[in-house]
Every structure is written in C-alpha cells, then in structure tokens.
Design a protein around this ligand. Structure first.
Ligand SMILES: Cc1cc2nc3c(=O)[nH]c(=O)nc-3n(C[C@H](O)[C@H](O)[C@H](O)COP(=O)(O)O)c2cc1C
Length: 432
C-alpha cells in the first residue's frame, strides 16, 4: 500500500485513468489525483473523487479540503501541525504517475515549465515519476515528442510506453495508445518495490542485450530476432535496485534505460571484446544477448552485386563468449546465462549448459511457444541455479521476469558471502 499521486492531462484516453485509479484503490493504495484544466473537458473531477474518496486538485490557487492528506490518513496530527504547501500532495507521494501524459504535458515536463499544478508537482517531486504518453501516432512519432521523452528518461523519469493499435480517437490507428490500466498499475508497483530498498546499491551489474549481426557484405548480415527487451528490462530493474549498470547492447532499437552506461556493439566479436574489457570490473554479469554461433567467412567491405552471381556462404564458428567468461571470471562474481531452447527438452538442454559453462544460473525459455521470448513484450522462463534450485516464472511481462532474475541474483550473492548492497572484493584471484 503506497501513497500514489495520479496526474491526469487532457487527452482522450483520460477515461482510462479512472480505471487505473480504481484498480490502484482496489489494490489498497491511497490515491490522490491532480488534473490539468484541459483534462476536465474529458473526465470530470466527480468521477475521480468518487473512486479515490478524496478531492481532486487542478490548481495551486485552490484550497485542498483534505489538506494534503492521502485517503486513510487522519486530518489531525501531522496535517494540522504542518504548514501546508501547494505541493503537499507530491511532497508526500511515494510515486507520481502521469497518465495519460499529453504531448503538451510531456513538452512542459521536459522543459521544466510549471504553469499548472500537475507540471509544478512534477518539478517538485522527490519520489519516482512515471509518465504514460497517449496521443495520435503522428504526435507521438514527431521528433519533438521523441526528444522530450528522451530528455525525461535521461533524467530518470520512467516512460511507460504506449501500445500500437486502434487509438481512442475515432478511426485512428498506430502507436500512441495509452498502456492498459492494469499495465499502468503493474509498472507503478514495480517502481514502488524499489522504494527505500536499494538492495543492489554499489553492485556493478554488466548486462548484454540484443542480437549480434554478422556481416555478409557492407549492407547484408546474418542476424537473429532478439529485440533486446529482456536485457533492457534487466538493466532498468538493476538500476532501480541501486546497481551501477553497464549495458552492452547489440543492435537494439529501444530507448536506453535511464542511468545505464551504454556500450553499442554489432558483431559477436565486438560483444566478446566488450565483455572481456568489462568483466573484471563487474560483480554480476547477465548474458541475455543472443550471440551468433556462426559468421560468414570473408565478409566483403562493399555491396555484392546481383550480376556477380549467387554468393556461396561459408560459415565459421564465432568466439564462445560464455566459455571465455567462465575461464576468466572470479569466484565472487555471479554469472547468469540465458538460453533460448526449442521444445520439451529446453530445461534439460539448459541444465547441461549451466554445468558445462560453470554458470551460477541460467534462464531458459522455450522458443517453440508462441507469444513469448523474441520480439515479444512477454516471457515465460525457468531459472536454474548452480546450487540446484529451479524456479518457474509464469508467462508475464519481461519487467516481472527481470525482477525474478534479480531476486535470484541477490540470493546467489548472499550465498557466496557477498552481502546485499556490498561490493565484492575485486582483487581476489580467479577461482571457479
Ligand atoms: C477531442 C480531443 C482529443 C485530444 N486527445 C489528445 C491526446 O490523446 N493526446 C494529446 O497529447 N493531446 C490530445 N488533445 C490535445 C490536448 O487536449 C491539448 O494539447 C491540451 O492543450 C493538453 O493540455 P494539458 O497537457 O495541460 O492537459 C486532444 C484534444 C481534443 C480536442
């Protein structure tokens, strides 16, 4: 149960914020709402007031009849003895969610404008802030909106991405549809689990994400379908738990997670080099990238022409990054591999890999199942650990899977003698 402040701006998807507020109240959160004046043209205060059981504010110049208290809090005690500021709601919030966030509101937030209570509260927030954009797809894809979102992410604001599909405006289609209320709440609860619990503070977490590309010529390559979503979710979750995150990203077209140091690579060889360089300075390594096992021999540095005939592709093995890591790791490091295996044997195949590569854990998903894994927002995995544990994570968003993986990493660190939040001694010799 948390004090959740919900900011509602003036988009057609404002009606979904009612459902998000209802779900949050149902889950036991104390919800207060700030609306922009424009949003009142879409949804009236009375609805939010009825759902949250507390008055809605739209302006810093109006009195707050609840004096900044969240539902369930007595109006006596701290409230009576505390000088009440126009920003009391956000000062006391544990999370500030702005949903829907209009293009206009995002622009204001990116530029620090504070000409209404919603945007002033965002400037004053000390708690985590999340925005859920919702708008017409051309507005969303406009470089101005993209730049505003990038600025907000760089400043540590969580962006809950919109979905693609029919938009709320009649007949409109594309990207820009507000995330569903249940997803908004799930994202909020993910952010809230980290509040006051920086369980990986000072721990250096290295993550590989995406899929490598092995060139055939200067324009063509052999690649794979990994989108990088799983690795990026791991990076966000690790950063949220206070870790220092380095992300080796192979061909990922997603917005970088806030706070992570990003190293871009393309090929398996580049990824192996980056891992070699970064391995000594990490405490935890999560190898979620899909790394090519084979590459074309003798890639040419120009475009092969059709009239040169059909090229014959000869393949050679790439470097085995996991084996290289296993050879050079320190005993105090926690190394987690990822395996995409096909069919019923998936878990057994992964168990073999766990033992052969001397990993601390392996996360396996069955790529024969539809709707999970590659290119999907969801995953369903089994986490096998070197100390004999097996944990199944039912089909869910990759953020939730990331949480389960990092819970397991924390447990393994404790088992190795590294306490939560304490940096392991990096000078100890390699012993595996
Ligand atoms: C019917 C209608 C629907 C709108 N839907 C959206 C929307 O989904 N997203 C958006 O960014 N703006 C939308 N707008 C434009 C905003 O309401 C407008 O930019 C307003 O200034 C936003 O103010 P606010 O950000 O302070 O709430 C819509 C306008 C109208 C008239």
């Amino acid at each position: 149960m948390a004090r959740l402040l919900l900011g509602v701006s003036g988009g057609i998807a404002a009606y979904k914020a009612l459902e998000a507020a209802r779900l949050a109240v149902k889950r036991g959160h104390a919800v207060r709402v700030i609306q922009t004046p424009a949003s009142e043209r879409f949804v009236g205060r009375a609805s939010f007031q009825a759902i949250t059981g507390a008055p809605v504010l739209t302006s810093e110049f109006e009195a707050d009849p609840a004096r900044g208290a969240y539902p369930g809090e007595p109006l006596s005690g701290w409230v009576e003895n505390t000088p009440i500021s126009h920003l009391a709601l956000v000062e006391r919030a544990e999370l500030y969610l702005i949903a829907p966030a209009t293009a206009n509101t995002l622009a204001k937030l990116a530029h620090g404008q504070a000409d209404n209570l919603l945007s002033a509260a965002a400037l004053a927030a000390a708690c985590p802030v999340a925005v859920a954009p919702a708008m017409n797809n051309r507005m969303y894809l406009n470089p101005a909106t993209r730049a505003n979102l990038e600025v907000l992410q760089q400043r540590g604001i969580t962006v809950i991405p919109p979905a693609e599909g029919p938009l709320a405006s009649h007949g409109e289609q594309g990207i820009g549809r507000l995330a569903e209320p249940a997803e908004l709440l799930e994202a909020c609860e993910l952010l809230l689990t980290g509040v006051g619990r920086p369980s990986l503070a000072g721990v250096r977490v290295l993550i590989t994400a995406g899929g490598t590309r092995e060139p055939i010529d200067s324009v063509r390559f052999l690649g794979n379908r990994s989108s990088g979503r799983m690795g990026y979710a791991l990076a966000r979750e690790a950063a949220r738990r206070g870790a220092e995150v380095t992300l080796i990203a192979a061909n990922v077209a997603l917005d970088p997670p806030p706070g992570a140091r990003l190293i871009g690579v393309q090929t398996a060889a580049e990824l192996a080099d980056a891992c070699r360089n970064e391995l000594p300075a990490c405490d935890v390594l999560l190898m979620s990238a899909a790394v090519a096992d084979f590459r074309p021999v003798g890639a040419v540095d120009r475009k092969l022409k059709k009239d040169e005939g059909i090229p014959k592709l000869e393949l050679e093995r790439t470097e085995d990054v996991l084996r290289q890591v296993a050879e050079h790791r320190r005993a105090d490091q926690v190394i987690v591999g990822f395996a995409a295996e096909h069919g019923e044997q998936a878990v057994e195949l992964a168990r073999g890999k766990l033992e052969r590569k001397r990993l601390d854990a392996i996360v396996v998903n069955d790529i024969a199942r539809a709707g999970i894994g590659f290119e999907s927002e969801q995953n369903e995995v089994t986490i096998l650990t070197g100390d004999g544990q097996e944990r199944h994570v039912a089909r869910s968003r990759k953020e939730r899977v990331a949480r389960a993986v990092l819970d397991e990493v924390e447990r393994l660190r404790v088992a190795k003698g590294g306490t939560d939040g304490a940096r392991a001694d990096t000078r100890s010799p390699a012993r595996v």
